[in-house]
Design a protein. Structure first.
Lengths: 341, 366
């Protein structure tokens, strides 16, 4: 009877099925502004990346990315609604529009980038599989691990990477497999294995669960590539740019020495890069539909990349993870942001 | 002579058959095998209880606010203390906690009123608890009216959410379950087949799948400007799932009532609803108490599954707290606390159902 209505219903289902937002729909930026808050999909409990603190707020590197985007888009970094997501649910939540950004320790891989209807906007943390050994063994490098018993988790890529690595270096190992990280750390502590292998960010968190964290050290070798980054839905390039450049603003700020503590003094700085970053020379927010001070707001409210890193996982946190691959390119790491110009 | 019979005074039982010593000898040490088992049992108990008490009470840390205050060997209850508000209310705004407190007090007061037989006006209190109180609780918790700031449901959590899910599931499932059970025994083909299909469908699917469908798949099928609150989706899923189980428990009770009861009532000219409401159901429900309470307890524990759809019930919020970098490594304390709270609720439900059975026992005990 009501053809138009029926047509709309079918179109809605089709659009959802094709994972594309409808043509006449508001852009993500407009939706976020109207709502007054950014919806950010995070891990429910990942030490150092997103975890609830005593005061009911989420803290961690991923949550700081969310705050940076909110600071750029809304001018207020605190206006984030964190949506805790399961590892299976996360992509559906992004596709269906339940969250605007997904910052949930998600590894950027070709299949995720090309088949799930989403775009990764950059790498917020270069992770990779590593090894942790008891410090009294005196092992300095993973190459000395021939014949070791290695604790790992079942059903993860860690198990496969492990086999590859040991075969490539012509070493033998015995796998001791557990279901969950809480179990594998207990196995390691009880001496069921000499080595614990997992993504390095997780190893540092597991290390803190030992009765004496100093009894174990994480070896420098990283045997797999796990670039973690925020992702957005396909089909809204403006929003893609906002999230991408929020991350780049964090990195550029660190490179130019602008931090949360000195950002107001840096407003007086007359170096052209700093003036462009803080919106005093040119308006680089305009192209994204943002205010000229978008990057200033990010730095003022969240800090630069080094601030966020130290606070969450680095020297200012219990994990004390070194910058390593996550150092800026000029310090020998991989973090490199295109210039704001 | 025969009339001169005198009664010998009653004498106390021999010393060897009364008192604790006799009880011990009669029950624990009556023979070499029992003696051996008693001694082994006592030793195992000693091995378990002493370190537990040592850890949980004697060596435990009770005072302080940070992990640095946990200097002694035993449990660090400081962690639970620091997180207590979060465990009970989830992320409910701290300035609005009084609203949740009113609901908590009302909830427990109503349950106590209904559970204690001496208190009057049961019928009115029950109507109030089922009709008026949920509305008051919703208005208070959710806000948005009468000048109360709105608290979106994603900030609800902890024990509050567990109790909410469980009580809505229980209160919703009971009437739906009764209707489905009657429907399944009905002679009307459409009603009967609908009930059978409904019950078998929901019983054939795991709860975790129901929740997953509700949270992951449903939004993909709905137009994106129409979004149903996560909590509502979980509540509907749990209630429908539970009502199928409830229906089967109730059908079991109905089948235990002899057919003659129904037929006698019919012979007196009673209508179907009168026969069910006045004759069959009162007898059946009494016998179903253990089954219904069993379903309630399992539902109470099943609510923790909402964790996978990003709602923080009591267990979920404890797990979330465990990953805070300032409190890493206190998982044992967290889980012990959650287990203790769950135990309190499940055990009280179980004891109350036993009490109720005794009180309503009018000759069906076999």
């Amino acid at each position: 009877m009501n053809n138009q209505y029926r047509y709309r219903g079918v179109a809605g289902v089709l659009a959802a099925a094709l994972l594309l937002p409808g043509l006449a729909m508001a852009t993500t930026l407009e939706t976020v502004k109207e709502r007054g808050a950014l919806r950010c999909g995070v891990n429910a409990a990942q030490p150092g990346f997103s975890a609830l603190d005593d005061e009911d707020t989420y803290q961690g590197l991923d949550t700081d990315i969310c705050r940076a985007v909110a600071a750029a888009a809304l001018g207020e970094g605190a206006r984030v609604e964190f949506v805790p997501l399961d590892s299976v649910e996360r992509f559906a939540a992004l596709q269906s529009g339940e969250v605007d950004v997904l910052a949930r320790t998600t590894t950027w891989t070709s299949s995720r980038d090309t088949t799930l209807g989403l775009h990764f906007t950059g790498v917020s943390y270069f992770d990779g599989q590593a090894f942790m050994v008891a410090s009294d063994l005196g092992v300095q490098s993973a190459r000395e691990l021939d014949g070791a018993a290695v604790c790992t988790q079942s059903g993860t890529t860690s198990e496969l990477n492990l086999a590859d690595y040991f075969r490539r270096h012509d070493m033998a190992f015995e796998a001791v497999v557990f279901d969950a990280p809480e179990q594998s750390i207990i196995g390691f502590e009880e001496g069921r294995c000499d080595v614990l292998s997992s993504d390095s960010s997780q190893l540092y968190a597991q290390r803190m669960q030992l009765a004496d964290p100093d009894m174990a050290v994480v070896l420098p070798e990283v045997i797999s590539k796990e670039p973690l980054g925020p992702a957005v839905r396909q089909g809204d390039d403006q929003w893609f740019n906002i999230v991408k450049w929020s991350l780049y603003a964090l990195l550029n700020a660190e490179e130019l020495g602008v931090s949360q503590t000195n950002v107001d003094e840096m407003l007086e700085d007359d170096s052209p890069e700093v003036m462009r970053l803080l919106g005093r020379d040119g308006d680089f927010g305009e192209g994204m539909g943002l205010n000229a001070d978008w990057a200033y707001q990010i730095i003022k409210q969240v800090g630069n990349y080094a601030d966020a890193f130290d606070r969450s996982v680095g020297a200012g946190s219990p994990f004390n993870i070194g910058r390593g691959l996550n150092a800026l390119w000029k310090d020998g790491g991989l973090q490199y942001a295109p210039p704001i110009r | 002579m025969i009339h001169n019979k005198t009664m010998i005074d009653q004498r106390p039982a021999p010393k060897s058959t009364i008192g604790p010593m006799a009880w011990l000898r009669g029950n624990l040490f009556n023979g070499p095998v029992n003696t051996l088992f008693t001694l082994v049992g006592l030793y195992v108990l000693y091995l378990l209880v002493v370190p537990t008490v040592q850890w949980a009470i004697i060596d435990a840390n009770w005072v302080g606010t940070t992990r640095e205050d946990c200097t002694r060997e035993g449990a660090c209850w400081v962690f639970v203390k620091a997180r207590f508000t979060q465990f009970i209310y989830g992320l409910y705004p701290r300035s609005e906690l009084w609203r949740a407190n009113i609901v908590f007090v009302g909830f427990f007061a109503l349950i106590a009123w209904l559970a204690i037989p001496r208190l009057p006006l049961k019928r009115w209190v029950a109507v109030f608890a089922l009709v008026v109180f949920p509305v008051i609780a919703y208005v208070l918790l959710h806000g948005g009216h009468f000048g109360l700031p709105r608290v979106p449901t994603h900030r609800w959590g902890g024990l509050m959410l567990t109790l909410l899910l469980a009580s809505v599931g229980m209160i919703g499932a009971l009437p739906i379950g009764i209707v489905l059970a009657l429907g399944r025994r009905s002679s009307m083909p459409i009603v009967k087949s609908f009930s059978v299909v409904f019950i078998e469908f929901w019983r054939g699917v795991p709860l975790i799948t129901v929740l997953f469908m509700a949270s992951v798949m449903l939004p993909l099928f709905l137009p994106s400007d129409l979004s149903v609150d996560r909590l509502i989706r979980a509540l509907i899923g749990i209630t429908l799932f539970q009502s199928a189980y409830m229906a089967e428990v109730i059908r079991g009770g109905l089948q235990a009532i002899p057919r003659g009861q129904d037929e006698a009532a019919a012979a007196l000219g009673m209508t179907y609803w009168k026969r069910m409401g006045l004759i069959v159901m009162p007898q059946a429900l009494k016998m179903m108490i253990p089954g219904i309470v069993n379903t309630f307890i399992s539902l109470f524990k099943d609510t923790t599954l909402v964790m996978i759809i990003g709602l923080f019930d009591l267990l979920g919020i404890v797990q979330a707290a465990l990953s805070d970098s300032r409190w890493l490594g206190f998982s044992l304390e967290g889980y012990v606390f959650a287990a203790f709270v769950f135990w309190i609720f499940c055990f009280s439900m179980s004891r109350y159902s036993q009490y109720l059975e005794r009180r309503l026992n009018t000759g069906h005990k076999r």
